[in-house]
Design a protein. Structure first.
Length: 508
């Protein structure tokens, strides 16, 4: 769902700058780009693909069936008169060669640095070159007894498998981009013709996964925008405050800057957790010997990029999918019973849906079983004096608007079962800060926005440690502590403790 309107209202509200903490991310750089956790994962998958293709090709060639073929692979030799050691070395060499060539061709780079056709062409090119080196090696070692069928089938299966896998992965990400998930929010520093061209390029290539959030004005320089344009969201002096308000992931420098300005922005970028890129024509030596990376057709140079725990994020998403599917399928009969009970207990719909603020200020629709009377929102003002929480939170233990069935559902948090569908769709996670309302987020201070840097969750650190604590500061501090210290083991511990909280019925 679109979020620009919400973020504009949020950015317009007053916020007090806070120390966000200096946390320098470490990245591994090379002549051909960063080698992150996701790149390593893709390399491992490529290696597994090669091994599987070789085994299947051998079984096919021997025509002895899967069981007999596998027995021969383990206890004898793959090919007549060829030792297992030599064949293993050849297969290992082919795998390493394929990975090195793929890396050379930037196939392990982020999606936005390639398009579909270029990626498919490079994938086939990598397999073709590696295949030529493999056949050349077999010729040099005089492996005339090596069946050509095994080699050709292996190369064909590897080429098709890698191409199809990359295509499916890319199309899945394009689908997420269309839903507004996984997008990177960007600011462009500068308002000249170059900045406008970059903005148009980003807007016209949505598959790149970028959301343009505004320009940063430069004093004393020409501008292609009206001085009062709403697209100018700040100045160089307020650059990182604007970045925090807009949930910015990446800043583009697109203007003629002095070296000291670039140096100052580069020094502050790690502490504020934003990536930094510069358009090559305008850097002043700060990017010496750094590779040019194309955002679509637009050349840029990366000056700073954060460390992203890609493998851990993949594990977290996998855990979310497995748990949400298990709950939705396993507890479907219980959810049917709850739906009938809600409908019979009071007039109104079975589900209650409200707009919530998710990761990076993205607005999504959160669904729960209805636990209040149908006109609960209209009666909200009449019970505001009964609020038991401080700050921007609102909670009443004995809320007169709650129905009889709703009271039971809330006690054991059963009303939140439909949210596992939101987890499955990627709008939420099993573990994370609770999704706030828009009117709550508009009252946040700048430091509080840190809790929106991750997907909201069904359960979280605050729910298992301080659910009954009325303090807003405790609510925020625990959520920020979770964001700052997150790992997969912390999620598993929170999930385990959640069962105890549910069984004690502390949800009212």
């Amino acid at each position: 769902m679109a979020t620009s309107g919400f973020r504009q209202r949020l950015a317009a509200s007053e916020a007090t700058p806070r120390d966000l903490g200096a946390q320098n991310g470490k990245t591994v750089k090379s002549r051909y780009g960063r080698l992150g956790g996701k790149a390593v994962l893709w390399m491992v998958l490529d290696a597994i693909t090669v091994v599987c293709a070789a085994i299947l090709a051998t079984l096919y060639e021997r025509s002895t069936g899967t069981v007999a073929g596998a027995r021969g692979f383990v206890h004898d030799t793959l090919i007549q008169n060829r030792s297992m050691g030599i064949l293993t070395v050849i297969l290992f060499g082919f795998t390493v060669t394929l990975i090195l060539i793929s890396r050379q061709l930037l196939l392990y780079s982020p999606l936005r640095l390639n398009n579909i056709l270029s990626e498919q062409r490079r994938s086939i090119q990598a397999c073709f070159i590696s295949g030529l080196l493999l056949t050349g090696t077999l010729y040099l070692i005089k492996a005339e007894d090596t069946p050509r069928g095994i080699v050709l089938v292996t190369l064909g299966m590897v080429t098709v498998s890698l191409s199809v896998r990359r295509l499916i992965y890319r199309l899945a990400f394009y689908h997420r981009f269309r839903r507004g998930q996984g997008m990177r929010n960007v600011l462009i520093v500068g308002t000249g013709a170059e900045a406008m061209a970059l903005r148009r390029h980003i807007d016209s290539n949505r598959h790149l996964g970028y959301n343009f959030e505004g320009f940063i004005g430069l004093s004393g320089q020409g501008s292609a925008l009206h001085p009062n344009s709403s697209e100018v969201v700040g100045t160089l002096e307020t650059l990182f405050q604007s970045a925090r308000k807009q949930f910015i992931d990446e800043i583009f420098l697109a203007g003629p800057f002095e070296r000291e300005i670039i140096k100052s922005v580069l020094e502050q970028a790690p502490a504020h957790r934003v990536d930094l890129r510069v358009v090559p024509d305008f850097y002043d030596g700060s990017a010496w010997r750094r590779p040019i990376e194309y955002i679509g057709q637009f050349p840029t140079i990366s000056l700073h990029s954060r460390h992203v725990p890609e493998i851990r994020l993949v594990l977290k998403r996998t855990l979310d999918i497995l748990i949400s599917l298990s709950v939705l399928v396993g507890l479907f009969p219980l959810m049917l019973v709850i739906a009938v009970a809600v409908k019979l207990d009071s007039a109104g719909p079975i589900f209650y849906t409200s707009e919530r603020i998710g990761k990076k200020g993205r607005v999504f629709r959160c669904t729960k079983f209805r636990t209040m009377v149908r006109d609960a929102e209209k009666r909200r003002e009449s019970v505001m004096h009964m609020n038991e929480r401080d700050g921007v939170l609102f909670k009443i233990t004995r809320d007169p608007r709650i129905t009889r069935v709703g009271l039971f559902l809330r006690k054991y948090s059963l009303d939140e079962l439909p949210q596992f569908y939101d987890v499955l769709m990627g709008d939420m996670s099993v573990v994370g800060p609770r999704p706030p309302l828009a009117n709550e987020v508009q009252k946040y201070k700048l430091a509080h926005l840190r809790r929106l840097d991750v997907n909201p969750g069904i359960t979280g650190l605050w729910q298992v440690l301080a659910r009954q604590d009325p303090s807003f500061d405790s609510y925020i501090s625990l959520d920020v502590a979770y964001v700052e210290n997150w790992d997969i083991w912390l999620d598993l511990k929170i999930i385990a403790r959640t069962f105890g909280v549910l069984f004690h019925g502390t949800g009212v």
